[in-house]
Design a protein around this ligand. Structure first.
Ligand code: ACO
Length: 386
């Protein structure tokens, strides 16, 4: 029988002079695209309104059988391929998501099965759109405490299943997808200061209960099955602009750096106006901020790892560059981390060797609701097969 254990618990003491670094990355988005023109046929809206208020032009929608777990597993398999390691080299799998396939089992356990991992500890983490920053921090803590050598950190969402497609104030904003990284422990040489230290440099995480019911999904124990997002857009906009600037500034300062020493900012991809506001607030040029929300909309916890994966592929990060990610989301939560990039971007090409057909998430007998796209979107999903 294969060995089953909880995450490589080889030590318990904090290991001095240890940090983490990213050695693998990858993403997966559904093939089906829903444009602003398509949305004009579903709710009373216009391409002009959506583009000018948000910057979003289209978003990806999961087809039948594509789920948070299946997209997360494919993104994770690509990240393993890029890192040049096997599933059993990983001690921990953390999935940040607010749209898990099920409340139990966790998405992380389903992904573990799809990857063929026999060793890793696996769990989901709930911090909405800030989830990837929270998950990265948890994995960093796990690895620097000596509990393992490598972690898969995944952000994956199927927000199309959690959107009220008759509510124009929310349905135009969200999309589906997944991104993943391999995070590895890295032992530092003595005396390396912030100006040259490799790997993860700092975090800033916050949680503000005053926004609990300004951005929420009621479904939960005793609340029935309501899985649909409710949002006070104006209140959330104000929180987003304030907190993104504050946590990014705090994380950069905590790293011992100034904004001018940061080569790239990868923000949560919710709204171009929020990003432009942050750019002004921290006096950081838009040209050095990565944006792909026009193609994908807001993919919540998946937005930063998808953007990171695309930023590396686009040549926006090279070894030695410092980048800062910053996010806000339901809770309210917010989170930022600062990392010095060290991997060879050319390793990204290894992702192509992953055969999607080889990564299969086990589904329950008879299927599950999570596998089914909303009926109102079916015509748009069908057209790509015509
Ligand atoms: N199409 C056309 N008109 C619309 C639409 C639409 N899709 N949605 C709203 N409107 C209308 C409103 O009804 C309102 O009409 P009225 O003036 O007649 O009442 C008008 O447009 C203006 O509405 P506002 O809410 O003032 O529009 P605003 O400029 O604030 O933009 C938006 C709305 C885009 C939602 C903005 O407030 C925002 O981005 N908020 C942050 C939301 C967000 O990012 N949420 C995700 C959080 S991350 C997570 O954890 C999931």
């Amino acid at each position: 029988m294969s060995e089953q254990r909880i995450g490589g618990t080889t030590g318990s003491a904090q290991i001095p002079n240890r940090t983490t670094h990213i050695t693998g990355w990858g993403h997966e988005v559904p093939a089906a695209t829903l444009t602003n023109a398509d949305l004009e046929k579903i709710v009373e809206t216009s391409d002009e309104w959506i583009t000018t208020r948000t910057g979003i032009r289209e978003r990806r929608i999961a087809s039948k059988g594509e789920t948070t777990a299946s997209m997360g597993a494919l993104a994770a398999a690509r990240a393993l391929g890029v890192a040049g390691i096997k599933a059993d080299d990983v001690d921990l799998i953390v999935v940040a998501t607010l749209t898990p396939d099920h409340l139990m089992p966790s998405t992380a356990v389903l992904i573990k099965g799809a990857l063929g991992s026999t060793r890793a500890a696996a769990f989901d983490l709930s911090a909405a759109c800030s989830g990837f920053a929270y998950a990265y921090a948890v994995a960093h803590g796990f690895l620097t405490a000596g509990l393992g050598q490598r972690a898969l950190v995944i952000g994956a969402e199927t927000l199309s299943r959690s959107v009220d497609w008759s509510d124009r104030s929310t349905c135009v904003l969200f999309g589906d997808g997944a991104g993943a990284i391999v995070l590895e422990a890295l032992d530092l040489e003595a005396g390396q200061g912030a100006a040259s230290r490799p790997g993860t440099l700092s975090f800033e995480l916050s949680a503000d209960p005053s926004g609990a019911y300004a951005l929420w999904i009621p479904g939960g124990v005793g609340e029935g099955a309501d899985p649909l997002i409710k949002m006070d857009g104006a209140k959330t906009y104000v929180y987003a602009t304030r907190t993104m600037a504050a946590v990014a500034t705090a994380a950069i300062e905590r790293a011992g750096l100034t904004p001018a020493q940061v080569d790239l900012v990868i923000p949560h991809q919710a709204n171009i106006r929020i990003i432009e506001h942050v750019s002004k607030a921290i006096n950081y040029p838009m040209e050095k901020i990565f944006v792909n929300l026009d193609k994908y909309g807001n993919t919540s916890a998946a937005s930063i790892p998808i953007a990171l994966s695309e930023a590396v592929a686009a040549g926006r990060l090279k070894p030695g560059d410092v980048f800062c990610t910053v996010a806000f989301g339901g809770g309210y939560t917010s989170g930022a981390f600062v990392t010095r990039w060290g991997a060879d971007p050319a390793h990204g090409a290894r992702a192509a060797s992953v055969d999607p057909a080889s990564i299969r998430v086990v589904r329950p007998e008879g299927g599950a609701k999570a596998d089914e796209p909303p009926a109102v979107l079916q015509a748009f999903l069908d057209r790509r097969h015509r």
